[in-house]
Design a binder for this molecule. Structure first.
Ligand SMILES: CC(C)(COP(=O)(O)OP(=O)(O)OC[C@H]1O[C@@H](n2cnc3c(N)ncnc32)[C@H](O)[C@@H]1OP(=O)(O)O)[C@@H](O)C(=O)NCCC(=O)NCCS
Length: 239
């Protein structure tokens, strides 16, 4: 993951510049804010942001959710990513790169979906650059192709028993709403191969591909995807 092939970086950067150029040209309301990394949110407790008829609720993740989030991520990766990655790559995903950045919880930009008191999905967004902390405690920015000012959709995971009920989509849409409210219209992400169909369905386009490398394991292919939310989406969602 930390050693990027120069050719891939150049291609990804070129595509990204084109994506941002399109955003600026075709979205008059496109703007970026670099004054703060995150938007302060009102909800600092366990209030539900959304509740469905079947008792599922979505709320902001709290620091004491971390063990449950990590346990759910473990099940999700082992249960759902094995069609696209080898067992060794999955171990590297969890143990070397980590599945999420807990800083997002402190930022108030990471959400969990809860059913009967159990966390069954999570996801969020951030202006922060994805940073992966290795087991050795080393931190490195690995996504050089990503724009500093965009909103990044981060770490969407669903429990294997609860897939294809729209949870992943709900979490991405909520993150998009928050990002747009914060003035970010360019949304980016690094998708696992498993996540690509979800993001495609939600309107994201592939910008490039990057192999994330870890010791003693084949590189994990990841897909850089992006989407621009047009300015009129604000008034539509406000109506
Ligand atoms: C990717 C993931 C988050 C999708 O979550 P989900 O809650 O099942 O997604 P949704 O129910 O919102 O799916 C929305 C659409 O995405 C597409 N989609 C989702 N999963 C798919 C799959 N396994 N195969 C094909 N299409 C899929 C479908 O078009 C689906 O609509 P449909 O069910 O009406 O056909 C989930 O599979 C997961 O947690 N995977 C493991 C972790 C991971 O790789 N996360 C992505 C990190 S970038």
């Amino acid at each position: 993951m930390r050693r990027l092939r120069r050719r891939d970086v150049v291609r990804t950067f070129r595509d990204l510049v084109s994506c941002i150029a399109r955003a600026t040209l075709f979205c008059p309301g496109f703007e970026t804010k670099s004054s703060s990394l995150t938007t302060p949110v009102q909800e600092t407790n366990r209030d539900s942001l959304d509740m469905t008829n079947d008792g599922l609720s979505i709320r902001l993740a709290q620091p004491d959710d971390k063990p449950a989030i990590e346990a759910m991520h473990f099940l999700s990766v082992h249960g759902l990513n094995s069609a696209d990655y080898t067992a060794r790559q999955i171990e590297a995903f969890i143990g070397y790169f980590g599945t999420y950045d807990p800083t997002l919880i402190d930022d108030g930009t990471y959400f969990v979906a809860e059913l009967e008191g159990r966390i069954i999905a999570s996801g969020g967004w951030s202006r922060r650059m994805p940073i992966f902390e290795t087991k050795e405690g080393e931190q490195s920015v690995v996504c050089e192709g990503i724009s500093a000012d965009s909103a990044k959709i981060r770490s969407v995971f669903v429990h294997p028993k609860h897939t294809r009920r729209g949870l992943g989509s709900q979490l991405v849409r909520l993150s998009e709403e928050r990002a747009v409210a914060a003035g970010c219209r360019l949304l980016e992400l690094w998708a696992t191969l498993t996540g690509v169909p979800l993001y495609r369905k939600l309107g994201y386009e592939e910008v490039g591909r990057l192999p994330f490398t870890a010791p003693d394991v084949d590189p994990l292919m990841s897909v850089h995807m992006a989407k621009v939310i047009p300015a009129e989406a604000d008034s539509a969602s406000a109506a």
